[in-house]
Design a protein around this ligand. Sequence first.
Ligand code: GLY
Ligand code: MN
Ligand code: MN
Length: 413
Amino acid sequence: MTRLKTLAALLLLVVSATAEDAAEEGVPYAARRERLRARIESGLALVPGAPAAEPFRQDNDFWYLTGLEWPGVVLALTEDGAWLFTPDGTEPAPPGFDGVLAMDMLDVTLGRYAADGLWLPGGRSEFYSTWNRPGERREFGDPFGPSKRRLEWISESRKRVEGEKVRALEPKLTELRQVKDRSEIECLRRACRVTGESLVEAIRSVKPGMKEREFQDGLERGYLERGARWLAFPSIVGSGRNGTMVHYTENSAEFDRNELVVVDTGAEIGMYAADITRTFPVNGKFTQRQREVYEAVLAAQDAAIAALKPGVTLGEVDAIARQVLKDRGFTQRMPHLTSHWVGLQVHDVGDYAARLKPGMVVTVEPGIYLEDEEIGVRIEDVLVVTGDGAESLTSWIPRGADEIERLTGADLK
Ligand code: GLY
Ligand code: MN
Ligand code: MN
């Protein structure tokens, strides 16, 4: 009996410890709303969710602040609390919210609070990361409807109050979103895991004569099998000369056995984007020249990664990578920056002049593009800035030239 009691007490302990851990590990949506509210001091902040659509993906800002999948909802933050405006206003308020109101009550709320300022976000929150599904064909940077509708909603809302009372919420939201919390880093880690595993599997399956599209289909099947609903952006699979085009998404050519292939890809998991690039030789063996180019990009990437730490800017990191390429004799233009922010979207919001802080997440992706020689090389990894450097979320994916050769199965082809 006593032993049973002890066991029961132990079990209880385990259960309560688990519940506490779960609360601790939970996503701090309410804390994010509080922090945003503290930044806007007074007035009313409105953040529109994505409109109802099939398939539906929530707006990034709205998701960041609520974690709600509800379509067609507006979040309102005032000094009195957090409210949700839904089409008919009948849903019970989720935990942490002060109420749910019908959309046609929004004007009353505007009348009551907007005299002290109406804070509205910009139109770009959903840029890139939405509406690309595994297996579907899209161009990188397609214009898409939902963001346009968000802009229309914002301009309609502006008309409801006098111009001078409208304030920009975007910089405040960007400041928050630029530094990722633990739950976000976990989502990014998972997105990188799913992307990396699928990429490794796809590279192992490469054969000369395979089509870029076939490779893409296999890769994206891997994402679906691992639970991704969305791509972070359309997959780039460029062989030979196509690998010298930075945002090549046609993916229509056949792999030639002597070519390099650049694959730049990311699954989206839990709303967060991965963005990984690997370059490999189709026949599993770099030529001397291909290896020379590859090693230069790798050295540039290593130098840039070593420079990542709090206080540094992405401009400084970029200059370091470019200098390495130049020192190795590659003086042509690299037509993109070495790094960008990553988060709820692949090119995440963030101030490019900011000094790095722990919790910021960036890519490091130098490249060399030699059109005349039909050699394109880019290597891209995702890193989280830590207290004294950076942690790579993708360093486990083969990256060195020998490792890449082993991955493609040099001795089998
Ligand atoms: N995949 C696009 C980029 O690397 O920026
Ligand atoms: Mn990138
Ligand atoms: Mn990329």
